[in-house]
Write a protein that binds this ligand. Structure first.
Ligand code: PMP
Length: 442
C-alpha cells in the first residue's frame, strides 16, 4: 500500500501525541509535514513515498558511520540470534567499558576509571547528577542556559534542543522544589560561575556542562572555559560533569575532552572532569548510553555504594554489540572524512548565503557545525535567540524539497557521517543556491 507522508502524519496524530515520539520531529518551528522514513543506507534516507534524501541529521548524532553500516548491522544480527536480553551480565558489557576507558585518554590522562552502561543520554546525565549529589552530600546543581542534557526534572530549566525550538522556558510537571535546586547561568561566563560559587559554594554538588554546546545550534566553549569551571568546582568541593552525549566519539576518537586534553583545541590542556556522560555514537544507533569517570565517585553507585541506579535493559546485548562495532570501526580515517565533509559543507553553505547577501556566521566545534543568522558569533543563549531565526524555515524547506534532510530547527547542529561521499555532498551543494535565495527573501 502506498501512503504519503501527509497520510502517515494524520494517522500518527490520532495515535501518538503530536504524531511524534520526540517533540522536535514534529517540525514545530519550520512548519509543514514531517517525513516518515522507511530505510536508510550510508548518507541517505528513504521516505514512505520512495523519495531519497541526503541526511544531515544522522539520528541526531549516532550514525557517525552512516546508516546501516554493514559491520554494525552484522554485529547486531549476530547478537540478536543469540538472544535479545538476559537481564544478567554479558562479556560484551565489560568489553565495551574497557574500550571506552582505553579510548578516552589524552595527554597521558585516563579519566574514565569506571563506566556504567544505561540506555539513554537522559539516564546518563540524571544518574551522574544523583551520583554527584550522593558523593558530595549537597543538593544544588549548576547548568548553563541553552544546554540540553535530556529530559529529567532537574535539567529542563532554560534548556536547548526542543525547548529552544518551541520557545519553552522549562517544562510543566517539574515540581518547583526540584527546579529550585538548579541554578541556571549564562554560558561562557566565568564571572557568573565564580559569583554563584561565592554565594552558594558549600551547597553546590556539581556543574553540568555540554562539552561543547550543540543544542542551541553550535556554541563552542571559550578556550579554557571547561578547565576553568572545573577548577572552580574543585576549589569548592563540587564535581564537574562533562556531558559528551553529543560530542563523545563524534568530534574525535576521545571526544571533545580529548581534543582539549591533546591540545587540538587550545586552552583545555591538563585537566579532566570528574564524571562524563556519553550517548548517541557509543550505541551506534541502538539505545545505549553511559556515565563514567573517577573510580572513587563511580564506586558510590549501588551495589558498592548508596546511590541507586538500575535498568532492565541496561547493557542490552544488541546495543552493546552495535556500540563495540561502531567504536571499533570509528578509526582516525573516519574522523578525517567527517572533518573534511564538515569543512566542505559549512564553507559551501556559507558561500551560498553570502552570495545572496544573507548575514550569517558559521558556528563550529570540531566536526559539528551550524549557522546563526547574526552578524557576530553568539557565545551564549541570549545571543543565539537574538538571531534572525525566521530565515531558517524557508531555507530548510527549499533543501527538503531538493532532497536534503536538515535538522528541522535553527537551534540544532548539523551532523555529517563518514559515509557522505562526493555524490551526497554534491547533491547537497547543488541545492544550496535556491535555499539561500529563500532565506534572503524571508
Ligand atoms: N545530553 C546531550 C548533550 C544531548 O544532546 C542529548 C540528546 N540530544 C541528551 C543529553 C539526551 O540524550 P537522550 O536523547 O538519549 O536521552
Amino acid at each position: 500500500m502506498t501512503t504519503t507522508n501527509q497520510q502517515q502524519f494524520e494517522r500518527a496524530q490520532h495515535a501518538i501525541p503530536g504524531g511524534v515520539n520526540s517533540p522536535v520531529r514534529a517540525f514545530g518551528s519550520v512548519g509543514g509535514t514531517p517525513r516518515f522514513f522507511v530505510s536508510g543506507t550510508g548518507p541517505y534516507l528513504t521516505d514512505v513515498e520512495g523519495r531519497e534524501y541526503v541526511d544531515l541529521v544522522a539520528s541526531w548524532g549516532p550514525a557517525l558511520l552512516g546508516h546501516a553500516h554493514p559491520e554494525v548491522v552484522r554485529a547486531v544480527q549476530d547478537a540478536a540470534a543469540r538472544g535479545l536480553s538476559f537481564g544478567a551480565s554479558t562479556p560484551g558489557e565489560t568489553e565495551l567499558a574497557e574500550l571506552v576507558e582505553a579510548r578516552v585518554s589524552a595527554g597521558g590522562r585516563h579519566p574514565i576509571g569506571k563506566l556504567r552502561l544505561v540506555s539513554t543520554g537522559t539516564e546518563a546525565t540524571m544518574t551522574a547528577i544523583r551520583l554527584a549529589r550522593g558523593f558530595t552530600g549537597r543538593d544544588l546543581l549548576v547548568k548553563f542556559a541553552g544546554h540540553y542534557h535530556g529530559h529529567s526534572d532537574s535539567l529542563l530549566a532554560e534548556a536547548g534542543s526542543g525547548l529552544a525550538t518551541l520557545s519553552l522556558p522549562g517544562s510543566a510537571g517539574v515540581p518547583a522544589a526540584v527546579a529550585a535546586q538548579t541554578l541556571v547561568l549564562p554560558y561562557n561566563d566565568v564571572a557568573a560561575v565564580r559569583a554563584a560559587f561565592a554565594e552558594h559554594g558549600d551547597r553546590i554538588a556539581a556543574i553540568i556542562t555540554e562539552a561543547a554546546a550543540a543544542n542551541m545550534g553550535v556554541v563552542a566553549p571559550d578556550p579554557g572555559f571547561n578547565r576553568t569551571i572545573g577548577s572552580i568546582a574543585r576549589e569548592h568541593g563540587a564535581l564537574l560533569i562533562l556531558d559528551e552525549v553529543l560530542t563523545g566519539f563524534r568530534v574525535g576518537e576521545a571526544g571533545w575532552w580529548g581534543l582539549e586534553a591533546s591540545g587540538a583545541v587550545p586552552g583545555g590542556e591538563d585537566w579532566e572532569p570528574d564524571l562524563f556522560a556519553f550517548g548517541k555514537v557509543i550505541g551506534g544507533g541502538m539505545p545505549l548510553a553511559a556515565l563514567g569517570g573517577r573510580a572513587d565517585v563511580m564506586d558510590r553507585l549501588a551495589p558498592l555504594g548508596p546511590v541507586y541506579q538500575a535498568g532492565t535493559l541496561s547493557g542490552n546485548p544488541l546495543a552493546v554489540a552495535a556500540g563495540i562495532a561502531t567504536l571499533r570501526a570509528a578509526d582516525a580515517g573516519v574522523y578525517e572524512r567527517v572533518t573534511s565533509v564538515a569543512n566542505e559543507l559549512s564553507a559551501a553553505v556559507s558561500d551560498a548565503l553570502s552570495a545572496e547577501g544573507v548575514e550569517h556566521v558559521v558556528q563550529r566545534a570540531g566536526t559539528l557545525f551550524s549557522f546563526a543568522f547574526a552578524a557576530e558569533p553568539p557565545r551564549d543563549y541570549t545571543a543565539v535567540k537574538r538571531q534572525e531565526a525566521f530565515r531558517y524555515p524557508p531555507f530548510f524547506h527549499a533543501m527538503l524539497s531538493a532532497g536534503v534532510n536538515l535538522p528541522p530547527s535553527v537551534f540544532e547542529a548539523w551532523f555529517v557521517t563518514a559515509a557522505h561521499d562526493s555524490d551526497a555532498v554534491g547533491r547537497m551543494v547543488e541545492a544550496l543556491p535556491a535555499a539561500a535565495k529563500a532565506a534572503a527573501a524571508a
